[in-house]
Design a protein around this ligand. Structure first.
Ligand code: GDP
Length: 197
C-alpha cells in the first residue's frame, strides 16, 4: 500500500468511549510521555509545522485526537502521560480513557511509542508499553531527541531502552530526531511493513 503522509486531515477529539472511531480502517496509536516530542514526531511524519500542537498545555491531557492519513488510515494521538502537575482527577480521567481505548478490541493496528533517547524509560513508559503488549498489537519504539546525544551514547542508550521495556527481538527501536528528521524514513517503512502484514 502506498500512503501519502502529506495528505492529512483532523477528524475529531474523543473525550469518551462513545466518540471512539470504529469504522474498521487501520489505526496507528501514538503514545508518549508529555514533552517527549510526540507532537513534533507526528508533525515531522506528516511534513507540517503545526499540525499536532507542539507544547500543548497540560490541561489537554484527556482527549484522543484522530487524524486521517490519505483516506487510508488513522493516526491516533493518545494523550501524553507522566506530566507531574496534572491533578488526580485529570490522571484518573486519563487512565479511564486509556483503559477503554485499549480494551476496545481490535482498534489498534500498530502502536508507536515515543520515548526519550537520552534517558532510561520511566515507570510510566513501561506501563504504557505493557498496555500495548497486552492488546497483542505490534509496537514500534521511537527514540526521539537523538540530536541531543553524543555519538558514543547512542548504542548504550538504545540498549537500555530495549532492556527497560523488555522488548522482544522483533520489536524495533528507531533512533529519531523530530528536530532534524532523522529516522523518518525508517518509521514510515515500519508502518508500511505492518500495514501490509
Ligand atoms: P509532546 O508534549 O510530547 O507533544 O512534545 P512536543 O512535540 O510539544 O515537544 C516538546 C519539546 O521538545 C518542544 O520544545 C520541542 O521543540 C522539543 N523537541 C521535540 N522533538 C525534539 C527533537 O527531536 N530534538 C530536540 N532537540 N528537541 C525536540
Amino acid at each position: 500500500m502506498a500512503i501519502n503522509f502529506n495528505k492529512v486531515e483532523f477528524i475529531l477529539s474523543a473525550a469518551s468511549e462513545k466518540q471512539f472511531v470504529r469504522d474498521g480502517m487501520p489505526q496507528l496509536a501514538f503514545a508518549g510521555r508529555s514533552n517527549v516530542g510526540k507532537s513534533s514526531v507526528i508533525n515531522r511524519l506528516v511534513n507540517r509545522k503545526n499540525f499536532a500542537r507542539v507544547g500543548a498545555s497540560p490541561g489537554k491531557t484527556s482527549q484522543i485526537n484522530y487524524f486521517k492519513i490519505d483516506g487510508k488510515l488513522y493516526l491516533v494521538d493518545l494523550p501524553g502521560y507522566g506530566y507531574a502537575k496534572v491533578s488526580k482527577t485529570e490522571r484518573d480521567r486519563w487512565g479511564k480513557l486509556m483503559e477503554n481505548y485499549f480494551q476496545s478490541a481490535g482498534l489498534i493496528h500498530l502502536g508507536v511509542q515515543i520515548v526519550d533517547a537520552r534517558h532510561k524509560p520511566t515507570a510510566d513508559d513501561v506501563t504504557m508499553h505493557d498496555y500495548f503488549v497486552q492488546t497483542g498489537c505490534p509496537v514500534v519504539i521511537v527514540a526521539n531527541k537523538l540530536d541531543k546525544l553524543k555519538a558514543r551514547e547512542i548504542e548504550p542508550n538504545l540498549a537500555q531502552i530495549r532492556e527497560t521495556l523488555s522488548l522482544r527481538d522483533d520489536e524495533l527501536v528507531i533512533p529519531f530526531s523530530a528536530e532534524k528528521g532523522t529516522g523518518k524514513e525508517q518509521l514510515i517503512a515500519a508502518i508500511l511493513d505492518h500495514l501490509n502484514d
